[in-house]
Structures are given as C-alpha cells and as structure tokens.
Write a protein that binds this ligand. Structure first.
Ligand code: 4AD
Ligand code: MG
Length: 477
C-alpha cells in the first residue's frame, strides 16, 4: 500500500510515475471524467482522472461537491492546462456522501455574511481555507520570532480577579445560582459564597501577570484568548479574541517601539515567504470584490504589494500632540468632515486614526505621548506630568493594531495613579509589590491577533478571520 501523502506534498515533490492514495473532498466533477479534490493542505486542488465505465454509474452519481473520497492511481504530469500533475485513478471509494440538494456550499460565489451562518462548513471554501492556513502560519511565526530572541512564553490566567485595563467591560465567571444568589443582610450578593470567594472574570489582558514574570525572567510573551464585553458591534471588535503581549525588563518606550515595529514587519515578511499561494488567491479575490465597489472604496495597491511595502519600509513615528496638530490643520477638519471634534485631550476616534494613516501618511504610524487621563493607570507618567509613555500602532484599513507602553515602575507615582483611577490598592497589592522589590524600567505591548490576520489577508471583517466569532448576540457553533 503506498503511503497517503497530502496534496501539498504531491505538488511540492511531484513523484510522477508512482502509485498514490489521495483522500479529500470533492470540489467538482467535469464531464464525468475530471474530478477536482481538495484536502485542505493547500489552496491547490488535485485533478483525479476517472473513467465512468470503470468507476460505474452508481459511484459517479455520488461524486458530488462536498463528498469525501479516497482515490488511488498513478501520478502523472498533466497534459491539460491549469494543473501540473494529475492522478490517473483506478480505484475510488466514497467515504462520506454529500447530498447536492442539501449541501449549502456550492461552487459559486457565496457572500461572507451567508458563510458566517454556515461557519461549520465555510472551511470548505477557498477563501476560508486560505485565511485559516495563513492564520496558522502567523501564529507559528509569532512563537518563532520570540523563541529565536530568547523570550519565554508565559501562560497567564484566563480567569482573573483583576481588571487590567480598568475598562470594566468584563465577563463575570460564577458558580452562584443566578436565579437565587446568596445575599448578605443588606441585600447585596454574598460574593464570599462564590467559587473563588470573590468576584472573578474572564481576563481582558495578560499584561499584569506578564509584568510580574518579566521582572524575573527578563523577556516574556503571552499568546492567549482575551475577553471583552464591550457592546461594540463593529467589523474590528470581538468579544473573544487572541492577544500577543510581550513584556521586557529594561526596555523603555523607544525600545518598545523598535520591538513592535520589527515584530510586525517580521510577521508580514514571514507570511509573504510562506503563504504565497494563499495570498495570491486572496489578492485576486479582493480585486474581484473591488470591481463591485465604488472607485474611491477600492484598494490603491494589490494585497501583496501592500504587504511588501510594510515589510520593507519604516513606520512613521509621531507624538499625540503632533497628531492633533496634523488633524487641526487638515482640510478635512476645516471642511468640518470629522464627525467628532478635534482638540488636545480627546481620545482619537477611528475616523481620526484612519485619516492619519490612510490619507496623511499612507503607511503605518506609531503615536506616542498620549494624555494620561485617556490611558490606563499603569502607563509611565512623562516629565511634563500630563502625558504618558504610551504607544499605539495604527495601520491603513484597520486602525489600531497594537497598544502598549512603558510601565510606571515608581512605587509612589503608581500608588497615586491607582488613587486617581479609583483602583483599590488592596486589589492589586501583588502588582504594587513588584515596584517595592527590585523594580526596574520595563515596557510591553499587545497585538490583537485577529487584527493582524485581517491586515495580512485583506479580509475586511474580523468575524471572517477567527474560526467561530463571538460577538454580541452571537455564540453559535
Ligand atoms: O489596546 P489594548 O486594550 O491594550 C491592552 O490590552 C494592553 N494590556 C496591552 C499591553 O500593553 N500588554 O489592546 C491591545 C490590542 C489592540 O491594539 C487591538 O489590536 C486588540 O488588542 N483588541 C481587540 N481586538 C479584537 N477585538 C477587540 N474587542 C479588541 N480590543 C483590543
Ligand atoms: Mg488600545
């Protein structure tokens, strides 16, 4: 029995003249003779040449889109156009039938919205096959990047008692009977009766724990699921997403920016080098979709050129104050085209961010020195006493992809910040203690993994780059 190889391997090695077994799912059957099979290992399908006489009428009828088959035959160079190799089949077996009247994924264009409702089957399409293969390669690239640079992967907890971002948008984790929770005499819920003896939530970030580890292991990173109960039903927000959070002892905000830029460009280069076929497919797909759009909504550059540009060019670096000045001096502002007002102190809205990266700079931009009041309590206060050593990285088409900062390492200043932000010191006593025992300058950032996958694949909706999106009113599958 010949070994069962993947279609990816058959195309790479082209062992012409050998017997092979191929297992996969039927895409199409043309003229009762040319069967196209996908096994998911590559965007390429294998042409399996059958003869109706040999296979028989019964089996031929069952070779429907979506059916699972095992085929065997001799691999040969293809004489036809469109494929390099093909399998001349002398044995075929239907492993799993697929009723063509019920299988919803047909060989025609389906809208992404339709496919979201069929998330259990959308992996079978070229688009989602490409997206999820690229997602895998990016995940691998991230671990490789850090491992090659002596970072340690830290598994931060998923259930936590703290609210790292202070945003208060958390999912509660409880074993209390929500119909009838135990109550104190004053009527409020008795949290001491809960599983952990106090309120607990799904984590919004592994950063605080990563900091504790960085102050001993030096360089660490987390890569895990993150949960936010913000009710923002946008194309860039998920209730459950994956975040990568490196944290480095002795790095200041400059080092932090250098690391983040190098890291992002590395990942994009990695995708360009390892996902060529899938990127070419997605690039063609995007070009076809663009034809249906008004001219000003189309991409200026094809996908691969956009990625090459980012991999090969340095990012723009500006301060928050400079960003505000650019916005104030823009014609866009003068013509009152922004919905939200612009003045020093505002939290930049996505329309402002997009103007800066898409219209003004037309490349990724790192913004630093945000007003302390609009950023998290742990960010290091600058000498001016009103801005913090924060950094956001914005990219065209997405907006914010990375958020990070140098951390406040001075005990007194941090304690004061906790007071200002109404964070009870006894809730994060362990975090504060690291500032008492061998504190040091350190910095880190968080990359939203799905936003990076969107950027690399060109997909426009974050729901289409995670296998099973969790969004408000939606936790199907
Ligand atoms: O800017 P954020 O909130 O920063 C933090 O959580 C810090 N603790 C990171 C750190 O310094 N270690 O989130 C970081 C990134 C954002 O830039 C964005 O890419 C992504 O996480 N993100 C989301 N992605 C999808 N859906 C959401 N609801 C997201 N919220 C943030
Ligand atoms: Mg942020």
């Amino acid at each position: 029995m010949p070994k069962h190889l993947s279609i990816q391997t058959l195309f790479a090695d082209q062992p012409v003249g050998t017997r092979q077994i191929v297992k996969g799912w039927v895409r199409t059957l043309r003229n009762d003779q040319f069967l196209s099979i996908s096994d998911g290992s590559t965007i390429k399908t294998l042409q399996v040449v059958i003869s109706k006489e040999q296979v028989g009428e019964e089996i031929c009828k069952k070779l429907q889109t979506g059916a699972c088959v095992e085929t065997e035959g001799v691999l040969q160079k293809s004489l036809g156009k469109g494929q390099e190799i093909e399998l001349i089949c002398d044995r075929i077996e239907i492993l799993g039938e697929s009723d063509p009247n019920e299988f919803p994924i047909q060989m025609k264009r389906h809208s992404l919205e339709f496919l979201r409702e069929k998330a259990h089957l959308r992996f079978r399409t070229n688009t989602f096959g490409a997206v999820f293969r690229i997602r895998h390669h990016l995940s691998f690239a991230i671990h490789k990047y850090f491992n090659d640079r002596q970072f340690f992967n830290l598994h931060s907890p998923i259930i936590t008692g703290s609210d790292a971002e202070g945003a208060g948008e958390m999912f509660r984790v409880t074993t209390l009977d929500i119909e009838n929770p135990p109550r104190l005499e004053n009527g409020s819920i008795d949290n001491t009766a809960d599983f952990f003896g106090k309120p607990a939530n799904l984590t919004v970030s592994g950063q605080l724990e990563a900091e504790l580890a960085a102050l001993a292991l030096g360089k660490v990173y987390t890569f895990g699921p993150t949960f936010r109960a913000e009710n923002s039903n946008t194309s860039r927000h998920l209730a459950e997403f994956w975040m990568i959070e490196p944290e480095v002892a002795f790095n200041d905000i400059q080092d932090n920016m250098d690391l983040a830029e190098d890291f992002l460009r590395y990942c994009i280069r990695y995708a360009l080098d390892h996902c060529k076929d899938d990127l070419e497919f997605l690039q063609d797909r995007e070009a076809n979709e663009d034809k249906l759009k008004p001219v000003d909504e189309r991409q200026a550059l094809p996908l691969i050129q956009r990625l090459e540009f980012v991999a090969n060019n340095t990012f723009e670096r500006i301060t928050y104050t400079e960003a505000i000045d650019i916005l104030l001096q823009s014609n866009h502002y003068k013509k009152k085209k922004f919905k939200y007002d612009v003045k020093w102190g505002i939290d930049l809205q996505s329309e402002h961010e997009r103007y800066l990266v898409e219209k003004h700079f037309q490349k990724p931009v790192i913004i630093t020195g945000y007003p302390a009041a609009i950023k998290a309590f742990y960010m290091r206060l600058n000498e001016d006493g009103k801005t913090v050593a924060a950094m956001d990285i914005l990219v065209p088409g997405i907006g914010e992809i990375i958020g990070g900062s140098q951390r406040e390492e001075r005990y007194d200043v941090l304690l004061e910040k906790c007071k200002q932000f109404n964070i009870p010191a006894d809730h994060i006593w362990w975090y504060l203690e690291t500032r008492k025992f061998g504190t040091c300058v350190h910095a880190g950032f968080g990359l939203g993994f799905e936003r990076m996958v969107m950027y690399v694949t060109g997909m426009q909706n974050i729901r289409d780059v995670i296998p099973f999106p969790r969004t408000p009113q939606n936790a199907e599958f």
